[in-house]
Design a protein around this ligand. Structure first.
Ligand code: SAM
Length: 284
């Protein structure tokens, strides 16, 4: 049976249909599943945390490669299917919770202490309605994991993998670049899912950096400035930043930009991460 037939079989057996409001688009393409698992680079010493296992398609392959899989799923219906499907496995833990409310650091710490886990990797075919909050949670919590391999909407993948200062960038581009090295892995057409989503998808791999690529005194200031610079993209940097309470007024911003040789008429999206870091480091 291939994955398409297997998925159809499971859905029929349990009499379920995909819950659209939970972003359920089940992956039914054998090659894509193999490619995700391969690019996550999993060994028998690794803990894999899977977000949104659904019917367990990816989980099934991850279990073969990893020491342990912790699968976090919000939907009770999926939990019952997963428990049934993997009842004979002793290297899976299924958690019925909203990923945004899970303390991943706590989980990883426990696995290191109790199971001698050395490396942790995050893998998921993400629910698209909360892609950005999930990615931001993973990055900002600075969990002790090495990589994030996820399927997301193609358009979002382009933004996340853009170089800061590039055409497709947004505020999130700078965060992703600050915390990780992003790489596109594979474009996936909407026909690889049941039901088919309206958009095409892409698998990306974020390798967590051991050290940020810029020196920064206060990360919070850096990301606040970037947020303001992108809130009204059409404004010049000077006007956009003048709304930000970190600065005492326009004159302070002008002085800082002058000192750094940054034209005050430039738009935020043209700045590199280093430019934003230089601005943040100048604020007293
Ligand atoms: N991994 C499966 C696959 O590849 O076929 C399902 C992927 S589907 C795109 C996303 C999964 O995330 C669904 O099973 C959905 O129920 C689950 N999900 C949605 N919101 C969630 C949340 N807040 N926390 C955890 N899981 C969630």
């Amino acid at each position: 049976m291939n994955i398409y037939e297997e998925t159809k079989f499971i859905m029929k057996k349990y009499g379920i249909s995909a819950n659209k409001s939970l972003g359920q688009n089940f992956l039914v393409d054998d090659e894509v599943v193999s490619k995700i698992v391969e690019s996550a680079d999993i060994s028998k010493e690794d803990l894999v945390i899977e977000i949104g296992p659904g019917l367990g398609t990816l989980t099934n392959e991850l279990l073969k490669k990893a020491k342990k899989v912790i699968a976090i799923e919000l939907d009770n219906t999926m939990i019952e299917i997963l428990q049934d499907r993997f009842s004979l496995y002793n290297n899976i833990e299924i958690i019925n919770q909203d990923i945004l409310k899970v303390d991943l650091n706590e989980i990883i710490k426990k696995e290191k202490e109790e199971n001698g886990i050395k490396h942790t990797k995050i893998v998921a075919n993400l629910p698209y309605y909360i892609t950005t909050p999930i990615i931001m949670k993973l990055l900002e919590e600075k969990g002790e994991f090495e990589s994030i391999t996820v399927m997301i909407q193609k358009e979002v993948a382009e933004r996340l993998c853009e170089t800061p200062g590039g055409k497709l960038g947004g505020a999130i581009t700078y965060s992703v670049y600050y915390y990780s090295e992003a790489q596109k892995v594979l474009e996936v057409p909407h026909t690889s899912f049941i039901p088919e989503p309206e958009v095409d998808s892409e698998v990306i791999n974020l390798k967590i950096r051991k050290k940020p690529p810029v020196e920064i005194n206060d990360e919070k200031k850096l990301f606040k400035i970037i947020k303001y610079a992108f809130m009204q993209r059409r404004k010049t940097l000077l006007n956009a930043l003048s709304q930000c309470e970190l600065f005492k007024g326009k004159d302070e911003i002008k002085d800082i930009l002058n000192d750094l040789n940054i034209n005050e008429k430039v738009r935020g999206e043209e700045l590199t991460l280093q430019d934003f870091a230089n601005i943040a480091n100048k604020i007293l």
